[in-house]
Ligand binder design. Sequence first.
Ligand code: FRU
Length: 326
Amino acid sequence: GFSEDQFKIGFSQCTSVDSWRKAMQSEMQNELILFQNMELVITDAHDNNENQIRDIRELVKSGIDLLIVSPNESAPITHIVEEVFRKGIPVIVLDRKIESENYTAQISADNYLIGREAGKYAARLLNGKGNIAEIWGLKGSSPAIERHKGFSEVISKYPGIKIIFSETGEWFKQGGTKMMKLAIEQHDNIDLVFAHNDYMAIGAYEVLQSKFGEHRPFLLGIDGLPGPNDGVNAVIQKKINATFLYPTGGAEAIQLAFKILNKKPFKKNIILKTVVIDSDNAEIQKLQTDQILSLQGKISAAKTILDSQIIKYKSQRMWLIISLSF
Ligand code: FRU
């Protein structure tokens, strides 16, 4: 029957305040329009491991058919995710990883590769010679660990380039600001700043711009989101030199959930594509994402109209049934 086909998906988000997480969630909501038999409940752990463990427990208690999880930090969230998986509830690990293979499927771009690409880009900007400040994401989260690994491996091949500062801004813009201040207090010879995301890169930019103006170091970030305060626009405004697209995987997670819940074949590891966004392609990237954003707006407007039509139709049918019974 109809009710048997209805599925409830729980999504445990590590945080939902930033624009990247918001984009992920609206991608999910837009994708869900196509799947009438799936309902999504999202919890927000506010960047806290204990909150996230509690959220996951509560989602399971509420009777979810599938769990999507984006772990705040890998190690502390591993055990609870394994527990859910062993209960027989399918688990999709999205973006940040756990330290185990005990999950149903995983979706993310290759953060190690992004780190390597950023390393090559940095080496080109520096012409093989210079000093780098690296501003990490949260040290226990897998994208930070992998971005660092890829980046530092490439940089270590250049005898003329050194990473002289390497501290965490914990993914926050204010963290980027704070670490950039610390870095220039400790060093007066920084030629390039590699931040693990665009929020921290923009936070660092504000410090560098007010201190050095036009003669500031090069700046690299990651995420490449559209939107006035995000990466693509920061490249267009020449605040940062380049960013690397880190797709959210929101739409893919919903498609994958549908396949798993309906016992269709699926891939255990989905690796999303990345691309560098710099002054060569930022404008065209913006044109394209603006178009996508406007289409998404139209789709959700259409959904609202459709929903109200359905309500009207249902109430008309009800009146028909009532009047026929007299
Ligand atoms: C958003 C974010 C992104 C980053 C990702 C890593 O919450 O910090 O900026 O790329 O998470 O998991």
